[in-house]
Design a protein around this ligand. Structure first.
Ligand code: FES
Length: 172
């Protein structure tokens, strides 16, 4: 007597990252170029959160997970629960030698608007960035005021998601 266990098809693919799409500051979909073609792979939510750093274009990855049918079988959805970095993209490694610096105003107006919490959130996310406290940037009513280097991007009412996207999706 079987227990009616359904066999879920699984995959294990190796390839090079062609693109990464983000949602709420976390990598959601990776387009992977494999020897047999290009595959869209969705990352499971738990995997998105546990990644020490997001994959980037040019990285070589191994992804494992399950395949399910969507839209009456017209589309196969690849959902990864495990990701392993096999090699890091060389050009980006070179760029990382100039790490991102995030300057966050820590004066009273910005702190009332969440600058301290923003700092703590960024610290907890362990992004490859250096945080630096600054004085007033003249954006007191639109705090937290932030500058991201080397992008030289000024942000007002900044949140962790904006900063993460800036740091992770486009390497300056
Ligand atoms: S207090 Fe932060 S910009 Fe003025």
């Amino acid at each position: 007597m079987g227990l009616g266990v359904i066999d879920v098809p699984t995959f294990c693919l190796e390839g090079t990252v062609e693109e990464v799409f983000y949602k709420k500051g976390l990598p959601k979909v990776v387009i992977l170029k494999t020897v047999t073609g290009t595959v869209w792979i969705k990352l499971e939510k738990s995997l998105r959160r546990e990644l020490a750093h997001p994959p980037k274009v040019g990285d070589r990855l191994q992804l494992e997970g399950t395949i399910s049918d969507k839209y009456d079988g017209w589309v196969k959805e690849y959902k990864a629960s495990h990701l392993e970095f096999l090699a890091t993209a060389q050009p980006s490694v070179a760029k990382r030698s100039q790490p991102c610096k995030v300057l966050i105003c820590q004066k009273s107006s910005c702190c009332r608007r969440g600058a301290k919490e923003l700092w703590q959130e960024l610290e907890a996310q362990q992004l490859p960035i250096a945080l630096k406290a600054t004085g007033c940037m003249g954006e007191c009513k639109r705090g937290p005021a932030v500058v991201v280097l080397p992008h030289k991007k000024r942000l007002t009412r900044a949140n962790a998601q904006q900063i993460r996207e800036l740091v992770c999706s486009t390497e300056a």
